[in-house]
Ligand binder design. Structure first.
Ligand code: 5AD
Ligand code: SF4
Length: 488
């Protein structure tokens, strides 16, 4: 069947893993309606931007992209342009004011309506907006109901990798850190019923998925009561652990205060669960943490870190930091440096503070750290983290790890597209990449047949972000393993 011209979809996704999952699901729903994806925005009759509001920069990029579409829209007035996700919920009608050629504004809680909204907008040639209630606009129940989790049955063809999938276990956030827009853009914290999650994981594993990453803004705050029983994240992990075909389970992002003993014991006792925890500290300075309303002191973070080390000693921990938050003195910043030195995170994501309208920090605290100071602090913290990551990676040289092979490495992808029709496509040696159970990236040579498998790799070298290695082949007869060139 040829696809009608008006069913070509271009979608651009920015932001976090939650957005990647949302896009996957929106695309799957639209494909069911006969849409076909195109990478060429000029060839598309429907253009969607799935947006992020966490920092101003991400929003600028979208407004610039929208600006560039103004003329193409004039040439083809039937084109439907949609802004979906966090920025849609945050900016609402403002998007039509700043970009009057936009047809659709659809918040994170209305993604299920997108196919209907596109059809209606095309038919009636008028703009549509579908968003949730603001967090102060109604009762908690009403606001929660206006944010619908979008988790339809999934289309395996739409995943970037057939072996890995995201699974949403909760939406929203109630922590209200003073810098953060997420409680507004994603609404109140709501955990999905375990039955739905477990069914989704089973289905994914049946389709060949080896690794699921459970998603939540504060994933370890997961709580759901079903038939009188309270389910915590540890219960969910235990219940999905024996799913046939499933090899690995990860979960992000953790909130330090909700890191409980039962969860760490589940990580310790369940072999398929990654020995990896992303637990953002955000700052190493108590005063700043208080101003951020993070709900812990660095001493309490230290206790939490100690608990991780006591229960799961081989666990890798990563963090996020914000530099240049309101009132961050040089001394406060040095405490973040100390924090990276003390905890030796596997890696850290470091961000310059970006004031976000609608947040407590933006309302009450001046953004008083100059941009060049923020930039310098960002570089210093990153340099320190890279130094530590490289030192810790270097200690792993000579060791062997079980890797879940994810696909061609970034370098390989940059080298250009391989010819899938070539006779040796599956067997030619390329650079592959995968991750250890501690979430460390490993690059090594191998053939495409290894993608999706668990493979043992011997580490021979490293960079701050990547371990480099060679595949270990088992000599079955002797029961020992040795380093051999990869069989092609
Ligand atoms: N400015 C800079 N970084 C932010 N983050 C969240 N809000 C802001 C902001 N206003 C960072 C936090 C969070 C990560 C996803 O983004 O570090 O953990
Ligand atoms: Fe934002 Fe804080 Fe919620 Fe994380 S815990 S999403 S930083 S408000």
């Amino acid at each position: 069947m040829t696809t009608p011209h008006n069913h070509r979809l271009f979608i651009e996704t920015v932001g976090c893993q939650m957005n990647m999952l949302d896009s996957e699901l929106v695309v799957a729903a639209l494909r069911k309606q006969g849409f076909e994806l195109t990478a060429d925005v000029d060839a598309a009759d429907t253009v969607l931007f799935n947006t992020c509001s966490v920092r101003e920069h991400a929003e600028h990029k979208i407004y610039s992209a929208l600006g560039r579409l103004k003329h193409s829209k004039k040439r083809r007035p039937q084109q439907v342009i949609g802004v979906i996700g966090c920025m849609a919920q945050k900016d609402q009608e403002l998007i039509f004011k700043r970009a009057p050629h936009v047809d659709l504004v659809v918040g994170t809680g209305q993604l299920a309506q997108i196919p209907d909204l596109i059809a209606a907008s095309r038919e009636k040639r008028e703009s549509r907006i579908a968003i949730s209630l603001d967090r102060t606009e109604a009762t908690r129940r009403e606001i929660s109901d206006s944010f619908q989790s979008f988790d339809p049955l999934r289309d395996p063809e739409m995943r970037p990798s057939p072996y890995q999938a995201f699974v949403r276990i909760m939406i929203g956030c109630d922590k209200f850190c003073t810098y953060c827009v997420v409680p507004m853009t994603r609404g109140p914290e709501q955990s999905r019923p375990p039955k739905h999650i477990l069914q989704e994981v089973r289905q994914l594993a049946n389709e060949g998925v080896k690794e699921v990453t459970l998603l939540g803004q504060t994933v370890n705050s997961y709580k759901h009561t079903e038939d009188g029983r309270l389910w915590r994240l540890s219960d969910l992990l235990a219940a999905m652990h024996d799913t046939p075909g499933l090899e690995r389970i990860k979960f992000v992002t953790n909130y330090p205060r909700d890191m409980t003993r039962d969860l760490l014991e589940a990580v310790r006792d369940l072999p398929k669960v990654a020995r990896y925890l992303h637990v953002p500290a955000q700052s190493g300075c108590d005063e700043i943490l208080k101003r951020m309303k993070r709900g812990y002191t660095i001493g309490q973070y230290r206790d939490m870190f100690g608990l991780i080390q006591e229960i799961v000693p081989d666990c890798a921990v990563s963090s996020d930091f914000i530099v240049g938050f309101c009132g961050e003195s040089e001394e406060s910043f040095q405490k973040s440096m100390d924090c990276v030195r003390e905890f030796r995170f596997k890696n850290s994501f470091i961000f310059k503070y970006s004031p976000r309208p609608g947040t407590k920090a933006d309302d009450n605290l001046p953004d008083d750290i100059p941009e060049d100071v923020k930039r310098r602090r960002n570089n210093e913290l990153l340099d320190l983290q890279n130094e530590i990551s490289e030192e810790d990676n270097a200690r792993l040289i000579g060791r062997e790890f079980e890797i879940l092979v994810e696909g061609a490495s970034k370098n390989e992808q940059k080298r250009g597209s391989a010819d899938e029709a070539a006779a040796d496509f599956q067997t030619a040696k390329i650079q592959l990449s995968g991750r250890t159970r501690c979430d460390r990236i490993v690059a090594f040579e191998g053939n495409r047949r290894l993608i999706g498998s668990l493979t043992r790799v011997h580490v021979t070298d490293c960079t701050p972000t990547t371990l480099l290695g060679m595949v270990v082949t088992q000599e079955v007869q002797h029961g020992s393993s040795s380093l051999l060139p990869i069989l092609t």
